[in-house]
Design a protein around this ligand. Structure first.
Ligand code: HBR
Length: 238
């Protein structure tokens, strides 16, 4: 059993940027590593959000569904989330203000990985859901140039995310990487923008990070250094 607040990541973000979307790990195995986190699915078929042990797939047609254990993923970052600190938004807060509030409560963890959960009522929610790809795969930057986006004026729901240190760019998404799902579990995606009307925020600092790297020729042939370029990742994952 993996300890609480150990970040387990399968593959690296630069591999997605390089277009490596074959599912290398099953959801069943991911569940043995964490009950909380974000990621995507084989063939880049949507956005993954997980919390309380529930794993959902949010797809480019706007649908969301529970994920079967047999589904597979090319990239996921999960943990057995055990909150260390909980605080409320003090007023309506946009995305930057939420990030600043989290930083206020995690002043000494800028070079750590932080798991973040926000439950509450949100507005002006803009999400994207990456569309399923077919081979030969295009890289994530090209895919997200024409990504399906959805706007929700006001929803109750949950944000799940990881804040990664700047030095980890390419291993993960440096900065905040947040996914959202509505309370009815029917709508959501990778957050482009969001404001909180009111939310409870829970955070935990990751004690350890365990990265499992694919062992296959595609991964080993990929130019991961080139695909770790910050500007491209910020554009694709911002
Ligand atoms: C890994 C992710 O979350 C991208 C696909 O949004």
């Amino acid at each position: 059993m993996t300890d609480n607040n150990t970040l387990y990541q399968y593959s690296v973000l630069s591999a997605l940027m390089a277009g490596l979307y074959d599912g290398g790990i099953s959801i069943e195995e991911i569940k043995s590593k964490g009950d909380f986190g974000v990621g995507t699915f084989e063939e880049l078929d949507g956005e993954m959000i997980a919390f309380d042990g529930e794993f959902y797939q949010m797809r480019s047609d706007g649908s969301a569904r529970r994920v079967s254990d047999s589904s597979t993923s090319p990239f996921a970052a999960v943990t057995f989330f055990k909150e260390e600190k909980s605080f409320n938004t003090l007023c309506r807060s946009n995305k930057l203000q939420l990030q600043e509030l989290i930083l206020e409560h995690t002043p000494d963890q800028n070079n750590n990985f932080i798991a973040i959960r926000m439950d509450g009522e949100f507005e002006d929610i803009i999400v994207r859901t990456v569309p399923k790809q077919s081979k030969p795969y295009k890289g994530l930057a090209e895919v997200t140039n024409n990504q399906p986006t959805f706007r929700f004026d006001r929803l109750v729901g949950t944000v799940v995310g990881i804040r990664s240190p700047e030095f980890s760019q390419g291993i993960s998404v440096a900065g905040h990487h947040w996914h959202f799902i509505s309370e009815d579990r029917k709508r959501g995606g990778h957050i482009i923008d969001i404001s909180a009307i009111q939310a409870v925020i829970r955070v935990a600092t990751m004690k350890d990070i365990h990265i499992r790297l694919p062992i296959d020729k595609h991964f080993n042939k990929a130019d991961l250094l080139k695909h770790s370029a910050s500007e491209a990742i910020k554009k694709a994952e911002g």
